[in-house]
Design a protein around this ligand. Structure first.
Ligand SMILES: Cc1cc2nc3c(=O)[nH]c(=O)nc-3n(C[C@H](O)[C@H](O)[C@H](O)COP(=O)(O)O)c2cc1C
Length: 439
């Protein structure tokens, strides 16, 4: 646990650049480009002004399709993360820079080299969200004609991360370069690396999968977990589960930080914040987006369905391939049953059911009450910090940094200046021990 002079557990904060989903309200006149450098720069500089631990980019390697067509209700497309972060390294000074890059379609030598380069360029600020990208649809963009079997994704991911670390350790900073040789079931490679050991030793490794294997992989190899479990109850259960797995790997609870992705809405009063939250939910879940969400769960073409009418009578098709490139969350039949129960209990239309079921904002209130709720969440073991997902690009974090961060600082739960220069030091993570003998 990272504690301040006040003895209170410190909160870690990260900024998620809004991605390709309905969280971002692109219809808002304040919305900017998702690809212009100025958008990335604005959000990153805001996060650094707020003394955040890191800036985070997700990854999507194929345009999503819906009913056989490119899904263009959300923003379409996503640039390559490490390139964007290298440019941001030049306009920021302390902020950590984390890229989501999958372990299924890359090779350790190439990716370890790019991450080491980013770590050098940024003076020790690189982070890597190692995802497994299970999706065969995405895999069609790569060689081997498809993708890895689901059961092998984490076998490859674990060996990938271990191999990357061997490569980072094969040329100590200022020391002698050595040959590396890795001979495992997934990778059989040998040679010499072209970049010295990164300033952080190893860039920070983040993990985002939620299955049992995903959690075990995080416990064995990750420094941070990015999770969807953002309510206090689900957060505490998840936190206890993953922290409980660490001892098996000889690791202490503070060596793995749990950071849920969360949204927030602020107002001058609680009532105003609730009103704004309801309005944002209706912007996010427009009638078209409500039908889209419905079709994602039902796996059926429901284009004739009235979003202001009741839910469809037919049950979902669990085997459907209607939606491509987006993870189907949970068992569709169970989700549909939950939605039906909600709709009946509250007398909600289709759109209002979708809003109620999926449009929840994690923290809604005045800056003071949101700050108190964030502190409570961390103090009660539901998280070590938060990856904030703003609903506007690029100005969506401005109010949080201006209004919530100062209150967190007054409460003694958030830094008032950067005390270190690397992402590892912001997160309170140890520098990996050099394992290669005397450099
Ligand atoms: C919070 C969160 C964020 C994720 N972000 C990405 C992403 O940006 N790109 C990606 O390809 N997969 C992403 N994933 C998918 C996971 O890495 C993983 O492929 C997927 O969750 C399936 O693994 P699992 O069965 O362990 O959950 C994310 C998952 C979670 C839970």
């Amino acid at each position: 646990m990272t504690e301040s002079r006040t003895g209170r557990k410190q909160i870690h904060l990260a900024a998620h650049f809004p991605g390709v989903n309905a969280t971002t309200v692109w219809s808002d006149p304040r919305s900017g480009s998702q690809i212009d450098f100025s958008s990335f720069e604005h959000l990153a500089r805001t996060a650094e002004r707020g003394l955040f631990d890191f800036f985070f980019l997700a990854e999507g390697l194929r345009l999503r399709e819906h009913k056989g067509r490119i899904h263009d209700l959300d923003v379409v497309g996503r640039p390559e993360s490490i390139t964007v972060l290298a440019a941001l390294a030049a306009v920021t000074d302390r902020l950590g820079l984390a890229a989501t890059v999958n372990t299924t379609f890359n090779e350790p030598y190439e990716l370890a080299r790019r991450l080491a380069t980013l770590d050098h360029l940024s003076g020790g600020r690189a982070g890597w969200n190692a995802v497994t990208s299970s999706d065969a649809f995405t895999g069609e963009n790569f060689r081997r004609g498809g993708y890895l079997d689901r059961s092998e994704r984490y076998t490859r991911a674990a060996e990938f991360v271990a191999t990357a670390r061997e490569l980072w350790d094969s040329w100590p900073l200022g020391g002698e370069r050595r040959r590396f040789a890795h001979d495992g079931p997934q990778f059989r490679i040998e040679g010499e690396v072209t970049v010295e050991r990164p300033p952080q030793g190893h860039p920070v490794v983040i993990q985002a999968g939620d299955s049992d294997e995903g959690r075990e992989f995080a416990a064995s190899a990750a420094d941070v977990i990015f999770t969807r479990h953002s309510t206090p109850e689900a957060g505490r259960a998840f936190y206890a589960d993953v922290k409980g797995r660490l001892a098996r790997y000889g690791r202490r609870p503070e060596e793995l930080k749990v950071m849920p992705g969360v949204t927030y809405v602020l107002g001058d009063t609680e009532a105003e914040a609730r009103e704004r939250a309801a309005l944002i939910s209706r912007q996010q879940i427009s009638p078209q987006n409500a039908l889209l969400a419905l079709e994602q769960v039902w796996g059926r073409d429901l284009s004739g369905h009235d979003p202001d009418g009741p839910l469809p009578e037919a049950d979902p098709d669990p085997e459907s391939a209607l939606v491509q490139g987006r993870v189907r969350i949970g068992d569709p039949l169970a989700v549909a049953a939950r939605w039906r129960a909600l709709s009946e209990a509250k007398g909600l239309s289709t759109r209002d059911t979708v809003i109620e079921a999926t449009g929840r904002h994690s923290f809604v209130g005045t800056p003071a009450s949101v700050a108190a709720a964030l502190e409570e969440h961390v103090a009660t073991g539901a998280a070590d910090g938060f990856i904030l997902v703003p609903h506007l690009t690029p100005g969506g974090l401005d109010d949080f940094v201006d209004r919530v961060v100062p209150i967190l600082q007054e409460r003694g739960v958030f830094r008032t200046e950067y005390t270190g220069t690397t992402l590892r030091s912001h997160l309170g993570l140890p520098v990996p021990v050099w394992k290669g003998g005397t450099p």
